[in-house]
Design a protein around this ligand. Structure first.
Ligand SMILES: *[C@@H]1O[C@H](CO)[C@@H](O)[C@H](O)[C@H]1NC(C)=O
Ligand SMILES: *[C@@H]1O[C@H](CO)[C@@H](O)[C@H](O)[C@H]1NC(C)=O
Ligand SMILES: *[C@@H]1O[C@H](CO)[C@@H](O)[C@H](O)[C@H]1NC(C)=O
Ligand SMILES: [Zn+2]
Length: 665
C-alpha cells in the first residue's frame, strides 16, 4: 500500500527534472560509452506498427521503440540525421547499394518486433553489405555511418538474429537469372557517373585484393582523381620479365563507350579470376595490366550533362546524339588532350638526315614546358615514364577502326599520307589483333561512319586517315618502350544505355586478345658477368630503327613479327652482344633471349652512340613549370583549407545538430 503512494510522486519528480533540462537526451554516437546518456531499457517497450515511410516495404510489419540506437518513438526517429541520411542516400550514392543500405538501416531504426521482443539483425548480413558497399561511401568521401556499425548494433546467429536482406537477395537472383547469357559474371550494363566509377573500381579491387589494387596517377583540372586499377598476381610490384600493358579510356570526355567497356572489363577480370576461368587466370598470372577508364573525368561530366539535356524532348526532337557533337571533348582548360603531348614526331623526322638515326627515347624539348600542359597530360606522361609499359591502347569513339602510329604526317603539306613507324609490321599485327576479333570492325563492307576505309578490314595508319601533332600514341612510341594504338569503337560517341551490353559483347574478345598480344615477340634479361641486371641497355633489331631499353632489373620486351631477326645489345661501358633468333609463326609466349655483357674500358664510340639530345632524356619538367597547376589553395595561415564535402549541405539545413560522424578524418 505504501508503495502505491510513492511511485507517482517519483514519476512527477523525474518529469520535472527532465523538463528542467529540456528534452531528455537521446544517445548521440559515442555518448553511451562516455556515460553521458543511457540507451533506454526495453522494459516498457511493446510491438507497434511500422511507421517509418522509408521502411514500409520491409518483410515485417511490427517494430519496436525505443529502437536499437535509442529513438523512443517515430517522431524522434524521423527527426534524426540517421533517417535523413537514409532518405537521401539513393541520390547521394547514385543508386549504388542504396537498397541494401536502406534495408540495413531500417533493421536498426525500425527493428523487428516479435511476441513483444526485439529481433536484432544479423552481423553477418551487415558485414556482407559493408564489404560490398563501403566503397560507395568512399566514392563520395563519406564515412561509413555509425549506426550501421556491425559490431555494435548487430548480433550473431547464436543470439537469434534475422537477415534483413533475405527478400532482397531472392529478388536479385530472379532478376539476374534472365539477364545475361554469361551467368558466371554479373555486370550492370549501365552508365557510371564519376563517383560510381571510382566506387566500382575500388570495390572491384577490394573484392580481388590478392590480384588487384587502385591507385591515382594525378588529378584533373577540377581535382578529380585519375584513378587506375591494376591487375597482376603481385599488385603494386613489377616482376622480373612480366610485361606490363595499359588501357586508357575517355581521353576525349564525350567519347564514353571505351570508359564503360573498361569498367566492365575490370569487373569481368576480377570475377572470372575468382571463378577459376583459366584464360583469365593465365593472363593475370603472367601480365601486369593497368586500366585508366577515364583520362578526362571533367569532360565526361560536361558531356553527360549535355546528354541529359538532349534527351529532354523539348530540347531535341532528333533522337539520339549526332556525330559532330563535341561538348566535353576537351578538358576544362579547353585543351584537346590528344594534341597536348610533346610533338616528338617532327623531331623523329628531322633525325632522318643522320646516317644511323634511331627514333626512340626522344627527350621532351624544353620549349614544350613553356606551352600549356594540361594536368591530365602531365599525369599520363609521368605514368608512362615510371612504368615499363610494353603495350597500350587508347579507346575513342566516332569511327569504327583501329589506327596506329604515326599520327603525324611525314610530309608537311600532306595531311593524309601513309606515315609508317619503323615498326609498321608490328603495329599492323597489333591493330589486326583488335580488329579481327571484332566482327563489324574487321568487315570490308561495313558502312563506316563517314570515313573511307574500304578494303582495309578495320585498320589504318593514323596519318593516312588524318594527320595531327601532339598525340598520345606517337608520344608513347617515340618517348618510351610502349607501343600504343588508338581504337575507335563505333560511330556513336555516346550510345544509348541499351547499346552498352551489345557493345561489350562485340568488344570483349578484342579487349582480351589485345592484352594477350603483349606476349608476342621476345623478352629476356641483360646482365653483367656477375649476374646483375643492367638497366638502360639498348636492344636493337637489324632493319628496325627503333631501339628498346632495359628496365630497372635489366629485363626487356621486344614485340616482333614472326621470322628471322638479328639482335644487338649495347650498354655504355660494356662490350656489345649479337644474337640471331628465329621467331616461329605460332607462339603464344614471348621467346626468351638473355644476354650477358662483358665490362670493357670506357670508349665513347661517337658514331654508334651519338643521338642528339639524348643527354636530356632524364629531365622531366626541368623548370618546375607544372608546380603552378598543382599548388593547392592555402588558407590565411598557409594551412590547407579544409572544405566540407559537397553533400554536407543536405545535413545542415534541417536545424539538427550536424552529423559529424559522416565526415572522414
Ligand atoms: C524471364 O524471361 C522469361 C522469358 O523471356 C519471361 O517470361 C520472364 O518474365 C522473365 N522473368 C523475369 C524475372 O524477368
Ligand atoms: C594463377 O596463380 C594462382 C596463384 O598462384 C594459382 O592458384 C592458379 O592456379 C594460377 N592459374 C593458372 C591458370 O595458372
Ligand atoms: C577485304 O579487302 C581486301 C583487299 O581488297 C582483300 O584482300 C580481302 O580478302 C577482303 N576481305 C574480305 C573478308 O572480303
Ligand atoms: Zn577521340
Amino acid at each position: 500500500m505504501h508503495r502505491e503512494h510513492t511511485m507517482p510522486s517519483m514519476f512527477i519528480l523525474l518529469s520535472v527534472l527532465a523538463a528542467g533540462f529540456g528534452a531528455p537526451r537521446r544517445c548521440e554516437p559515442g555518448d553511451e560509452a562516455l556515460g553521458r546518456c543511457r540507451i533506454p531499457e526495453e522494459e516498457n517497450a511493446a510491438c507497434t506498427d511500422m511507421a517509418l515511410a522509408y521502411c514500409q516495404d520491409v518483410p515485417y510489419s511490427s517494430i519496436m521503440f525505443p529502437n536499437i540506437i535509442g529513438h523512443r518513438n517515430r517522431v524522434e526517429a524521423e527527426l534524426g540525421a540517421e533517417y535523413l541520411l537514409m532518405s537521401v542516400m539513393h541520390g547521394l550514392l547514385n543508386g549504388e547499394c542504396s537498397e541494401e543500405l536502406r534495408l540495413l538501416g531500417c533493421s536498426v531504426l525500425a527493428p523487428r518486433c516479435q511476441a513483444g521482443r526485439m529481433l536484432k539483425p544479423c552481423r553477418s548480413s551487415c558485414e556482407a553489405v559493408r564489404k560490398g558497399c563501403s566503397h560507395a561511401f568512399e566514392g563520395i568521401e563519406m564515412a561509413w555511418p555509425y549506426f550501421l556499425d556491425c559490431d555494435r548494433f548487430f548480433v550473431s546467429d547464436q543470439e537469434g538474429c534475422y537477415d534483413p536482406l533475405s527478400q532482397f537477395k531472392a529478388r536479385q537472383q530472379i532478376a539476374y537469372a534472365n539477364f545475361t547469357d554469361e551467368p558466371s559474371t554479373i555486370i550492370q550494363f549501365t552508365y557510371h557517373t564519376n563517383a560510381q566509377m571510382w566506387s566500382t573500381l575500388k570495390r572491384t579491387a577490394a573484392k580481388c585484393a590478392h590480384i588487384s589494387r587502385t591507385y591515382s596517377i594525378g588529378r584533373s583540372v577540377e581535382g578529380k582523381d585519375l584513378l587506375v586499377i591494376e591487375f597482376s598476381n603481385n599488385p603494386g610490384e613489377h616482376e622480373l620479365l612480366e610485361p606490363e600493358m595499359k588501357y586508357v579510356g575517355n581521353m576525349h570526355g564525350n567519347e564514353v563507350l571505351g570508359r564503360q567497356l573498361l569498367i566492365y572489363l575490370t569487373e569481368y577480370l576480377c570475377s572470372e579470376y575468382l571463378l577459376g576461368n583459366e584464360r583469365i587466370q593465365t593472363l593475370i598470372n603472367t601480365t601486369r595490366i593497368h586500366i585508366l577508364p577515364s583520362m578526362n573525368p571533367d569532360g565526361y561530366e560536361l558531356a553527360a550533362a549535355e546528354v541529359a539535356d538532349r534527351s529532354d524532348p523539348e530540347f531535341n526532337q532528333e533522337g539520339h546524339i549526332f556525330n559532330g557533337w563535341t561538348s566535353g571533348r576537351r578538358n576544362t582548360q579547353n585543351i584537346d588532350l590528344n594534341r597536348n603531348f610533346p610533338a616528338l614526331t617532327s623531331v623523329a623526322y628531322s633525325r632522318h638526315r643522320y646516317r644511323r638515326f634511331r627514333v626512340d627515347h626522344i627527350p621532351i624539348p624544353d620549349s614544350y614546358w613553356f606551352g600549356q600542359v594540361a594536368p591530365e597530360t602531365y599525369a599520363v606522361m609521368k605514368w608512362i615514364r615510371s612504368v615499363p609499359f610494353v603495350l597500350s591502347a587508347s579507346l575513342h569513339g566516332g569511327e569504327l577502326v583501329v589506327s596506329y602510329p604515326f599520327d603525324f604526317s611525314r610530309h608537311p603539306q600532306e595531311d593524309k599520307m601513309h606515315s609508317p613507324t619503323p615498326d609498321e609490321q608490328v603495329f599492323k599485327q597489333l591493330a589486326r589483333t583488335y580488329a579481327d576479333a571484332h566482327a563489324e570492325m574487321a568487315n570490308n563492307n561495313t558502312d563506316r561512319c563517314g570515313g573511307s576505309f574500304t578494303n582495309r578490314r578495320g585498320i589504318i595508319n593514323g596519318a593516312e586517315w588524318y594527320s595531327f601533332a601532339g598525340g598520345m600514341a606517337d608520344f608513347n612510341y617515340l618517348h618510351s618502350n610502349c607501343f600504343e594504338v588508338t581504337v575507335e569503337l563505333g560511330c556513336d560517341k555516346y550510345p544509348s544505355e541499351e547499346a552498352l551490353y551489345p557493345e561489350w559483347k562485340r568488344n570483349k574478345e578484342s579487349l582480351l586478345s589485345f592484352m594477350e598480344a603483349v606476349h608476342q615477340g621476345i623478352k629476356g634479361v641483360v646482365r653483367d658477368q656477375h649476374g646483375n641486371g643492367i638497366k638502360g641497355a639498348t636492344i636493337s633489331v637489324r632493319g628496325i630503327r627503333h631501339d628498346i631499353t632495359t628496365a630497372e632489373d635489366g629485363d626487356y620486351w621486344r614485340m616482333l613479327t614472326p621470322g628471322m631477326h638479328i639482335l644487338t645489345v649495347t650498354a655504355s661501358g660494356y662490350s656489345k652482344a649479337v644474337k640471331r633468333i628465329n621467331l616461329p609463326r605460332s607462339m603464344s609466349r614471348a621467346g626468351r633471349v638473355d644476354f650477358v655483357l662483358k665490362k670493357v674500358p670506357y670508349e665513347p664510340d661517337v658514331d654508334d652512340l651519338y643521338i642528339p639530345g639524348m643527354e636530356t632524356y632524364e629531365r622531366f619538367d626541368p623548370y618546375n613549370q607544372f608546380q603552378s597547376y598543382t599548388q593547392r589553395e592555402l588558407g590565411e595561415n598557409g594551412e590547407e583549407r579544409q572544405e566540407k564535402p559537397w553533400w554536407w549541405a543536405y545535413f545542415t539545413q534541417s536545424g539538427n545538430s550536424a552529423p559529424t560522424w559522416l565526415l572522414r578524418n
